[in-house]
Design a protein around this ligand. Structure first.
Ligand code: C2E
Ligand code: MG
Ligand code: MG
Ligand code: MG
Length: 289
C-alpha cells in the first residue's frame, strides 16, 4: 500500500498499521450506532457455589455481532467505546438489561456487570445504577459491579467515594481480574469491596504444575485474611476445579467447565435445576462437570 502514494512519497504507516487504523475508524462509527440502537446483546456466564455446584450468580458480558464483520470481541470494542466517550451509555444499557433479566431468575441468583474506569469519572454513576435497578424493580442486593485494578489506581479518591456510595445502596462490589495489572496490595484493604475475582492466569496450567499452586494459595489466603469473598475465574476442567476447591477458602467458581456466556433463558434453567432448600444434596459438582 505504502508505495501507491506515488514516487518518492511514503506513507508514515506500516501497511498493517494502516489496516488497523481503518478497521478502528470503521468500527467506531458502527459501534456508536450499535449502542444508540441497542443492538449489542447481553449474555450471562454462570457462576456456581464452590460447595454445592449450584448456579448462584452470573456475569453479564456484552456481545457485538456485526452483520458484516461477524463477532467482534469486547476486548476490541470496549476500549473503542472508552476512547469515544460512549462507554457509560453501554454500561447503563447492560445494567438495565441485566436487571430486567435477573427479575426473571430464581431469587437466589445475583448478576454482576463490568464497569469501566471511565464510568467513575461521572459524578452521577451511582444514580445511573439506582435508576436502572428501580426501572426493573430489582433489589440492589442482587446486583454486583465488577471493577478492575486499573480503575482503582487511575482516580483514587473520587473512585473510592463513588464506590462507597454505590455499596451503601446495597449493590455488591467485586474487584475483577485480581492479581494482574499493578497488583499493588497496599490499597486492597482501603477499598469498599465485598469480593475479589482471581484472574484465570492463576488457574491455567495449575493441574500440570506449569503454574505453581503456591501462587493461587498465596493470593487466596491474602484475600480470605482480609475478609473478602473469593471467586475463581477461568476454571475449564474437573482437575482444575478439584485443586481450586481444595483450599476451602473459595466460595464461587466461574469458567467454561460450567458454561460460556449464555442467553438469559439458559441461566433461568440452570439456576432452577437445584431448588434452594435442598442445599448441596441434589447435585454434587461432579454432575455439573
Ligand atoms: P472479564 O470481566 O474478566 O470477563 C471474563 C472473560 O473471560 C470473558 O471474556 C469470558 O468469556 C472469559 N472466560 C470465562 N470463562 C473462561 C474460561 O474458562 N477460560 C477462558 N479462557 N476464558 C474464560 P469476554 O466476554 O471476551 O470479555 C472480555 C473482557 O471484556 C471482560 O473480562 C471485561 O473486562 C470486558 N467486557 C465484556 N463485556 C463488558 C461490558 O459489558 N462492559 C465492560 N465495561 N467491559 C466488558
Ligand atoms: Mg468481569
Ligand atoms: Mg474477570
Ligand atoms: Mg478478564
Amino acid at each position: 500500500h505504502s508505495k501507491a502514494l506515488g514516487k518518492g512519497v511514503w506513507s508514515v504507516f506500516e501497511p498493517d498499521m494502516n489496516e488497523r487504523y481503518l478497521r478502528r475508524q470503521l468500527l467506531k462509527g458502527e459501534l456508536s450506532k450499535a449502542i444508540e440502537q441497542g443492538t449489542l446483546a447481553v449474555r450471562y456466564q454462570p457462576i456456581v457455589d464452590a460447595d454445592t455446584g449450584r448456579v448462584v450468580a452470573c456475569e453479564a458480558l456484552s456481545r457485538w455481532q456485526h452483520p458484516l464483520h461477524g463477532n467482534i470481541s469486547p476486548s476490541e470494542y470496549i476500549p473503542l467505546a472508552e476512547e469515544m466517550g460512549i462507554i457509560t451509555k453501554l454500561t447503563e444499557s447492560v445494567i438495565r438489561t441485566a436487571a430486567h433479566d435477573c427479575m426473571r431468575w430464581p431469587e437466589h441468583v445475583t448478576v454482576s456487570v463490568n464497569l469501566s474506569s471511565i464510568d467513575f469519572r461521572r459524578e452521577d454513576i451511582c444514580q445511573t445504577i439506582r435508576n436502572a435497578l428501580d426501572a426493573a424493580g430489582l433489589p440492589p442486593e442482587r446486583l454486583v459491579v465488577e471493577i478492575t485494578e486499573t480503575a482503582v489506581i487511575s482516580n483514587e479518591s473520587d473512585m473510592i467515594s463513588r464506590l462507597s456510595r454505590i455499596r451503601a445502596t446495597g449493590v455488591g462490589i467485586a474487584l475483577d481480574d485480581f492479581g494482574t495489572g499493578y497488583s499493588s496490595l497496599s490499597y486492597l484493604h482501603r477499598l469498599p469491596l465485598d469480593r475479589v475475582k482471581i484472574d484465570r492466569s492463576f488457574v491455567a496450567g495449575i493441574e500440570t504444575g506449569d503454574t505453581p499452586m503456591a501462587l493461587l494459595h498465596g493470593i487466596t489466603d491474602l484475600c480470605h485474611g482480609l475478609g473478602l469473598k473469593i471467586t475463581i475465574e477461568g476454571v475449564e476442567t474437573a482437575d482444575q476445579l478439584a485443586i481450586v476447591r481444595s483450599s476451602g477458602k473459595i466460595d464461587k467458581v466461574q469458567g467454561y467447565l460450567f458454561g460460556p456466556a449464555l442467553p438469559a433463558i439458559a441461566i433461568a434453567e440452570m439456576a432452577s435445576r437445584m431448588p434452594p432448600d435442598t442445599g448441596g444434596q441434589a447435585g454434587p459438582l461432579e454432575m455439573t462437570a
